[in-house]
Ligand binder design. Structure first.
Ligand SMILES: Cc1cc2nc3c(=O)[nH]c(=O)nc-3n(C[C@H](O)[C@H](O)[C@H](O)COP(=O)(O)O)c2cc1C
Length: 332
């Protein structure tokens, strides 16, 4: 039962709060662009900040150039991630039109080359390659050596996985998964929508069930994804469709209790929201506080006065203001 990657949502603070509150079996970071990072965009490494309580934690990366995948995969190994996931599911036009993200479904040969490259990087890392030898930019190496703790440099072979969709404009999941399986990724996670569907309509779990039968014959683990609403729903879907697990995205927003199946009281929700805001300030100092506001709104749903409270929280500029707003609301 894993926390699905969500760009702009599963940042370091959100992952930490979720892991502390209800511990998913696996956690994915937001996706990070390999070309940007390989060319030296050091700030992208902020997406890879994690706390050991999140383990096993998987770095998700996306792009199209194999050379950049290789370098960024080595960086992920250096940082001590437990796995690397290749995004083959993002439907955003700016990503998919370049044949990255879900666009890779269009170009299976390139997709397979990327899996091979990332696996090669993880193997080379285990065999002792240095970042210098891999021609990684000095400013990235400086950042990595300054920020990562020595314990995270162990030379372990980590698994490589893929997260994808069921097709581009029509369902081709069974053919597509065979292509992926030919490279033996450790895990395939499949969102039951096509690229064209984006997030509309319903996730097609029947297709996930069919694909599951194919993956079952291999050593690859298979995770279903899409529209799961509760941990009971997740367990029922695994049983019904034969998947090894599920990834859950949107139902975890404002709900770090999700994986424990516990319904929090309003007081607990308010406390978690304040803790989350503090954690965001600590871990995401360079990012403006407005990125936290959507999370605050997600915590405040389904009780009298929630709308007014959300409107006030949308003006908050720091965790102190957030606490004041909640305190005032409770006293009313
Ligand atoms: C705001 C948002 C950002 C997302 N970012 C990513 C991402 O970075 N990588 C990825 O593989 N999927 C991403 N997804 C897709 C989710 O991981 C998941 O596949 C999708 O939301 C369906 O699952 P759900 O119904 O449980 O949310 C994103 C989804 C949302 C809503």
């Amino acid at each position: 039962m894993g926390l699905s990657p969500m760009d702009g949502v599963t940042d370091a603070a959100f992952r930490y709060i979720t892991a502390k509150t209800s511990k998913p079996d696996v956690i994915y970071t937001e996706f990070v662009n390999v070309e940007g990072l390989a060319r030296g965009a050091v700030s992208m490494l902020d997406h890879f900040i994690f706390n050991k309580i999140e383990r096993p934690v998987v770095a998700q990366i996306y792009g199209i150039e194999t050379e950049s995948f290789y370098k960024v995969a080595l960086m992920c190994c250096y940082l001590g991630f437990d796995g690397i996931d290749i995004n083959m599911g993002c439907p955003a036009n700016k990503v998919a039109r370049r044949n990255s993200g879900a666009g890779l479904i269009r170009v299976p040969e390139q997709a397979k080359k990327i899996i091979r490259t990332v696996k090669q990087a993880t193997q080379d890392w285990a065999d002792g390659i240095t970042l210098e030898k891999a021609d990684i930019r000095p400013k990235i190496i400086n950042y990595l050596t300054e920020s990562a703790t020595p314990a995270s440099h162990r030379r372990k072979l980590i698994p490589v996985s893929v997260k994808t969709r069921i097709g581009i404009d029509k369902v081709v999941a069974e053919e597509w998964v065979q292509e992926l399986l030919s490279e033996s990724p450790a895990v395939i996670a499949m969102h039951g929508r096509t690229l064209k569907q984006m997030y509309g309509g319903e996730a097609n779990w029947e297709v996930i069930g069919e694909v599951s039968k194919i993956v079952k014959k291999t050593d690859t683990l298979f995770l279903g994804n899409g529209d799961v609403q509760s941990i009971e729903d997740a367990r029922a879907k695994c049983r019904q469709y034969g998947t090894d697990g599920v990834l859950v995205g949107r139902a975890t927003c404002g709900n770090p209790w999700f994986f424990g199946g516990v319904e929090p009281t309003i007081k607990e929700r308010f406390k978690a929201a304040v803790d989350h805001a503090r954690c965001f300030e600590e871990l995401s100092m360079k990012h403006a506080f407005f990125a936290m506001r959507k999370h605050l709104a997600w915590y405040c749903k389904g009780f009298d006065g929630a709308r007014e409270l959300r409107a006030q929280l949308m003006q908050a500029n720091n965790s102190k203001e957030v606490k004041k707003i909640f305190d005032r609301f409770v006293l009313k």
